[in-house]
Design a binder for this molecule. Structure first.
Ligand SMILES: Nc1ncnc2c1ncn2[C@@H]1O[C@H](COP(=O)(O)OP(=O)(O)OP(=O)(O)O)[C@@H](O)[C@H]1O
Ligand SMILES: [Mg+2]
Length: 304
C-alpha cells in the first residue's frame, strides 16, 4: 500500500528559533511538527511516520547544553534515509554544517575562492601554526555557529595572551581553524539565501562595528541602530548560480552562503549555513520571505 505523506517534521534542538517557521507553515496551510533532538529513544525497527523530514540541526547546539543533539540527529537521519523517507538537508548536509573544514574543502574543490586556512587539532600546535600566517589572522572553531570563538588577532603575541585568558573557549571537536583575515573592501559581508534550488535574497551584515557574532535571528537580537542586517537590493551576480550548482551537487536544499568582497578584489566564500534564521527586519522589507519559501517548498514535497 502506498503511504501518503502528511506532515513536515522539523528536526532541531532550539525551540526559540521555531516560531517564524511555525507561522510560515501555518500561513501556507502546511502541517508541521517540531521534533526536538537531544535525548530520547529511537526504535530502529519502527517505520518512520509518513511525511517530509527537514533537518535544521545547528553546529552550535552544544552551546545551549544540547551536547547529544548532533549525534542524535546523525542517528535519526541514518534511520530515516535507510527507510527511504524524504529528508531535506540530510546526513551529508549535517556533516557540512558541523565542520567548516568540510565546507571549505568542498567549496575549494568546486572552484570557489576560500580563505587560506590551517586546521589545528588539539592545542599544542596553535602558536606554531599562527606563526605561519601573516597578521592579522582569524581564529575560529571548526564546529561553530553564531560566530562563537571567531576572533581577529593582530599578532601571535595577542593570540598567545588570548589562549591563556579566562575568555578562551576550546573548540568542542578539538579543531581550531586559523585563517587568513579577509579585509573587506566595504565594511560588510554578504549572505546569499537559497531554498529548494532558488534564490530567496541576499543580505548584508555590517562588520564595521567589529563584532563577529552575527546571528540574524530575533532570538539573538541586540538593539542596533542602524541595524546590522539589511537586504542587499538588486544583487544579481554569477556567484548565485555557482552556489545553486554547489548546493545541488551536495544535496543542500536550504542554505545561506557567506562571502566577503575583499579589498584586493576577490570574492571569498567562507561559510555555508544550513540552518539559517532569517532576520525579521530584512523579512519585513524583502520581496520574498525565507520561511514562507521553505513552507511552500516543503509543502510541495508533501504533495509529491
Ligand atoms: N577569514 C575571515 N576574514 C575576515 N572576517 C571573517 C573571516 N572569517 C569570519 N569572519 C567574520 O566573522 C563572522 C563569523 O564567521 P563565520 O561565519 O565563519 O562563523 P560562524 O560561527 O559560522 O558564524 P555564523 O553562524 O554567524 O555564520 C563572519 O560573518 C565575518 O564577518
Ligand atoms: Mg557565518
Amino acid at each position: 500500500m502506498r503511504r501518503q505523506p502528511s506532515t513536515v517534521y522539523v528536526l532541531h534542538e532550539n525551540p526559540d528559533w521555531y516560531p517564524p517557521f511555525a507561522a510560515a507553515f501555518d500561513a501556507e496551510g502546511v502541517p508541521h511538527e517540531p521534533w526536538l533532538l537531544g535525548d530520547g529513544t529511537l526504535d530502529l525497527n519502527a517505520v518512520p511516520p509518513p511525511g517530509v523530514f527537514w533537518s535544521r540541526m545547528s553546529a552550535s547546539a552544544h552551546t545551549r547544553g544540547h551536547v547529544h543533539a548532533k549525534d542524535h540527529t546523525r542517528a535519526v537521519l541514518a534511520w530515516l534515509e535507510a527507510s527511504g523517507a524524504r529528508v531535506v538537508n540530510g546526513r551529508r548536509v549535517l556533516e557540512l554544517e558541523v565542520s567548516k573544514i568540510d565546507q571549505l574543502t568542498a567549496l575549494e574543490a568546486a572552484g570557489f575562492d576560500v580563505p587560506y586556512t590551517l586546521a589545528v587539532v588539539g592545542s599544542g600546535d596553535l602558536l606554531a601554526a599562527a606563526r605561519k600566517l601573516p597578521a592579522p589572522f582569524v581564529s575560529k572553531h571548526n564546529q561553530g555557529g553564531k560566530g562563537l570563538g571567531v576572533k581577529r588577532f593582530d599578532s601571535v603575541e595577542e593570540y598567545a595572551e588570548y589562549l591563556e585568558s579566562p575568555g578562551y573557549q576550546p573548540p568542542v571537536d578539538g579543531i581550531t581553524l586559523l585563517q587568513e583575515y579577509v579585509r573587506p573592501a566595504e565594511p560588510f559581508i554578504t549572505r546569499v539565501e537559497l531554498v529548494g534550488g532558488e534564490l530567496v535574497y541576499a543580505i548584508t551584515a555590517d562588520v564595521g562595528r567589529g563584532g563577529f557574532e552575527l546571528c540574524p535571528a530575533d532570538a539573538c537580537a541586540v538593539d542596533d541602530d542602524p541595524p546590522l542586517f539589511a537586504l542587499r537590493k538588486d544583487f544579481d551576480h554569477p556567484v548565485i548560480g555557482r552556489y545553486l550548482d554547489f548546493a545541488a551537487a551536495h544535496g543542500i536544499e536550504i542554505a545561506g552562503f557567506e562571502f566577503i568582497e575583499s579589498a584586493d578584489g576577490r570574492l571569498v566564500t567562507y561559510d555555508v549555513n544550513t540552518n539559517t534564521n532569517y532576520n525579521p527586519d530584512v523579512e519585513a522589507t524583502a520581496p520574498r520571505s525565507g520561511p514562507r519559501m521553505i513552507a511552500q517548498f516543503l509543502g510541495r514535497l508533501l504533495e509529491q
